[in-house]
Design a protein around this ligand. Structure first.
Ligand SMILES: *Cc1c(COP(=O)(O)O)cnc(C)c1O
Length: 364
């Protein structure tokens, strides 16, 4: 893209933005992904012409032909990251370039066009700067940013991917995804598979989620909070949990499933692998079977388990249930290593801890 001209954004601000009082009411109890800010980003792509019509515009519905490709073939991908208000008053995001890179990895897998990384980051900056009053001041809350791309061609032929696409970013004030830091219970899914080799497991695409809801519903029917995915061949090796990666704590050693192509390469996961060293912990990527998980908990060798992701940050796992087994992790309450990692990571994000790896990206 060296010869491409830098896109400039047309800025059209809303004439019906919410009042300060309306906004404060939302921010008092934001939930997760329920209310959106006053603006959004849109950039169009046409084969042969490239990216064009970059704009910031009032948040609102799209008008799309019923034959639009994304409705039928799910050619879609997304990202998720947050803007944090630090104590100094600055608004920052966390490793947005990593999200930009992953967006393009997903795009290649979905036969969709890549977006220049600087355009991705600039689009987030513009939206957050415009809607900065929507970034919560409550500790632990944040503005969740949802960049995504859809195939917009209206045609039902499937011999080639869409020739037109739309990239958008929307933003939503967010509380913690799981209540403060209570441990979650998980269901081992042996009936359903999330991803197989050669599939889309490593891509952040909506289709992965579409195929997962039935298993998440089953987890809830089993009295669990979340589903844990196992490998597609043996339904035996742990991959990840819902929309989060998993870490297993053996005293001062962390183990997380290796990136085999069937699990999502979380940026939180990657950050924790680095942070572990800073905290004097050993961290490795490997393989863990459900038998090893159960035996480790029963012998006491496996002391803690936690899930991590942008939305859920670091969430302890307290109990495990499968079709023919159930056990608890430690005493079922949040562990010490889990909470230390959670505090270190959120401390960097909210500016109360040093940022030795330069992960924090100042927006305004
Ligand atoms: C987004 C996502 C994660 C976590 O990724 P982060 O970059 O840490 O937010 C993990 N698993 C799945 C399936 C995801 O979609």
């Amino acid at each position: 893209m060296t010869t491409a001209q830098k896109l400039s954004f047309d800025v059209q601000t809303s004439d019906h933005a919410r009042t300060a009082a309306e906004r404060e009411q939302v921010l008092a109890s934001p939930g997760f992904g329920q209310v959106f800010t006053d603006h959004m980003i849109s950039i169009d792509y046409t084969e042969g012409r490239g990216w064009h019509d970059a704009r910031l515009m009032p948040y609102g519905p799209l008008l799309l032909d019923p034959s639009t490709s994304v409705f039928h073939y799910a050619q879609e991908l997304f990202e998720g990251l947050k803007a944090y208000r630090q104590e100094s008053g600055s608004i920052v995001s966390f490793r947005p370039q990593a999200n930009a890179a992953r967006f393009n990895t997903s795009a290649r897998r979905m036969a969709m066009p890549e977006l220049p990384e600087e355009t991705f980051v600039e689009s987030l900056e513009l939206l957050v700067q415009t809607d900065r009053d929507w970034v919560p001041t409550t500790p632990g809350h944040s503005l969740y940013l949802r960049p995504f791309m859809i195939a917009t061609q209206s045609a039902l032929g499937v011999n080639y991917p869409s020739q037109t696409y739309k990239y958008m970013v929307i933003a939503s004030p967010a509380a913690a995804y799981f209540g403060a830091s209570q441990a979650v219970s998980v269901w081992l899914s042996t009936e359903y598979t999330r991803a197989a080799p050669g599939g889309t497991g490593f891509a952040k695409c909506g289709g992965n989620y579409a195929a997962a809801f039935v298993a998440q519903r089953q987890a809830v029917e089993q009295g669990c909070d979340q589903v844990v995915w196992l490998d597609a061949f043996e339904h035996r090796y742990v991959e990840e949990m819902g929309g989060m990666n998993l870490f297993f704590v053996y005293g001062d050693r962390l183990l997380t499933p290796a990136l085999t192509g069937t699990l999502l390469p979380g940026i939180t996961r990657d950050s924790i692998l680095t942070l572990a060293g800073d905290l004097g912990l050993k961290a490795e990527e490997g393989r863990l079977s459900i038998e090893e998980w159960q035996e480790g908990c029963e012998s006491g060798e496996l002391t803690e388990v936690f899930a991590c992701g942008t939305a859920a940050v670091v969430t302890p796992v307290g109990s495990v249930k499968g079709a023919d087994r159930a056990w608890s992790v430690g005493d079922g309450t949040p562990g010490e290593v889990t909470m230390r990692i959670r505090e270190e990571l959120t401390g960097i994000q909210y500016g109360t801890r040093p940022d030795p790896h330069g992960w924090v990206h100042k927006i305004c």
